[in-house]
Design a protein around this ligand. Structure first.
Ligand code: SAH
Ligand code: MG
Length: 204
């Protein structure tokens, strides 16, 4: 990853650890099939700057999907709540302005296309085949499984599936990302890399 992109990515706001972010970039840069990338769950744009840098270098586009209202675990009273991300006039979270600024500052406005909406709704009429899919949206039971069911059918054979926050040990974190990882294995995806809680699988 070039040093300027790396600096912007590291400085972006979010919970993605540096080593997992750099792995995102590497895995995207090594994606062996043609087509655009899509991430489910963009938050403030940290993962999008890592993936977007690789997308730009290979002349691709990264669709960055988020309703920007936060997951359950980002709401007031939950573990990952950041109070300054609430729009006080509507009393809802709004990460879109921060996301947009991060993409601008990273020089990725020509590469990263924000898709603002509810993941299963957007997926319903989506038909563009994807070379890479990164799942890091809602981590509750229903949202995680819906993301898996909604988006993996769009991955081309040989494409790259990345799942974040996969914790085999329940003491380390929530179950649903691990459950959809197990579903992927069951569905014939082949795991080929692990960095922290990030799993990389090859689409059948
Ligand atoms: N990938 C980001 C972090 C994403 S946090 C990074 O590493 O930088 C999870 C995000 O998923 C939140 O921003 C939340 O708004 C989004 N999200 C949760 N459920 C969603 C849904 N049903 N549709 C769209 N986005 C959703
Ligand atoms: Mg995550």
């Amino acid at each position: 990853m070039n040093p300027a992109d790396l600096e912007f990515a590291r400085a972006a706001r979010g919970f993605m650890p540096d080593d997992e972010g750099e792995a995102l970039h590497r895995l995207a840069a090594e994606c062996p099939v043609d087509g655009p990338f899509l991430e489910v769950g963009s938050y403030c744009g940290k993962s999008a700057t890592y993936l977007g840098s690789a997308a730009r270098d290979s002349g691709r586009v990264l669709y960055a999907l988020d309703h920007h209202r936060g997951s359950e675990e980002n709401q007031a009273g939950w573990e990952h709540h950041e109070p300054d991300l609430v729009d006080p006039e509507v009393a809802k979270m709004d990460t879109l302005p921060i996301f947009r600024r991060a993409i601008h500052d990273a020089g990725l406005e020509g590469t990263v296309v924000a898709v603002v909406g509810d993941s299963p709704k957007v997926a319903r009429f989506w038909s563009t085949p994807l070379a890479l899919l990164f799942i890091d949206g809602g981590h509750g039971e229903e949202p995680a499984h819906l993301d898996y069911e909604s988006w993996t059918p769009n991955l081309v054979a040989g494409g790259t599936l990345l799942i974040h926050d996969v914790f085999p040990n329940p003491a380390d974190g929530g179950r649903p990302p691990y459950e959809i990882y197990l579903r992927a294995i069951d569905d014939g995806f082949i795991e080929f890399d692990v960095v922290g809680s990030l799993r990389a699988l090859r689409a059948p």
